[in-house]
Design a protein around this ligand. Structure first.
Ligand SMILES: [Fe+2]
Length: 265
């Protein structure tokens, strides 16, 4: 697993289904996050608060979230129990207001959330079961809003790893920690996600990106047996690339599901 030192995480061993997951841990995490948001302190400058939240998040149990601890050993059982079908990703909302969004993303095997940004946001994520490939970039220079299609914007790959249930929670910030990320489920999996402030179109949009494609060079294609040129190779960790805006394919779909766990308030 590659991990860049700038990608903030809490060094914690496995926490899924832990005995510390009393019914109050989920609420404690939420209450602490909400209080920090209201104080205006949930950003990269408040290391103590962020680390405290990462620690709390790592101790939330699957039971509190209405999930089965057996899903850690058998993610395909998780897919069955969560009724994950096709390539559709399921989002289960736990809480949402004008300051934050808290929910569960559940992925069938092979499903992808394309590379997307989180403008001005802080996002905490924890993989609960299964395996998820996470690739994350930060802008070299923040592009001006609104971001237009067609032009490339320089970004650096700061994180590229497969995370598992034993991995520490992750956090990204407006200008660091991998503000743009792509998720690809290597097995069925679920991610607990707290995001602040929420997306709020049209001022705070979710924009999707891809590596800027090089110009089509047909002689190369012919020499390769007539196939169309393939996309650019994935960059190495630390490499700076050009990203361009794109529309996700029709196959990318996130459907809503009913959250089965304990409520928070
Ligand atoms: Fe995201």
């Amino acid at each position: 697993m590659q991990q860049n030192g700038t990608f903030a995480s809490y060094n914690q061993t496995s926490s899924s289904g832990g005995s510390s997951g009393s019914s109050s841990t989920l609420q404690a995490f939420f209450s602490s996050a909400k209080a920090a948001v209201l104080r205006g302190g949930l950003n990269e400058t408040n290391t103590e608060t962020v680390n405290s939240l990462l620690r709390l998040m790592s101790h939330i149990s699957l039971e509190e979230l209405g999930l089965d601890p057996d899903m850690v050993q058998d993610p395909f059982l998780g897919a069955l129990k969560l009724h994950l079908r096709d390539s559709r990703i399921k989002y289960m909302r736990i809480y949402e207001d004008h300051t934050l969004t808290f929910g569960l993303f559940c992925f069938p095997a092979g499903a992808t959330i394309p590379l997307h940004n989180h403008p001005g946001m802080t996002v905490f994520s924890r993989l609960l079961f299964g395996r998820l490939r996470v690739s994350a970039f930060d802008w070299v220079v923040q592009p001006p809003e609104p971001i237009t299609e067609g032009s490339g914007h320089r970004a650096q790959l700061v994180y590229d790893a497969t995370v598992e249930a034993s991995s520490p929670p992750l956090v990204l910030f407006p200008a660091s920690g991998g503000n743009l990320h792509e998720f690809t489920a290597e097995t069925p999996c679920a991610v607990l996600d707290l995001l602040t402030p929420p997306y709020e179109p049209p001022t705070r949009n979710c924009t999707y990106y891809r590596l800027q494609r090089p110009p089509m060079v047909w002689p190369v294609a012919r020499s390769a047996g007539g196939r169309a040129p393939v996309g650019p190779p994935l960059p190495a960790l630390g490499e700076v690339v050009e990203l361009e805006v794109f529309e996700p394919p029709d196959s990318f779909e996130v459907v809503s599901g009913l959250y089965p766990g304990d409520p928070v308030s």
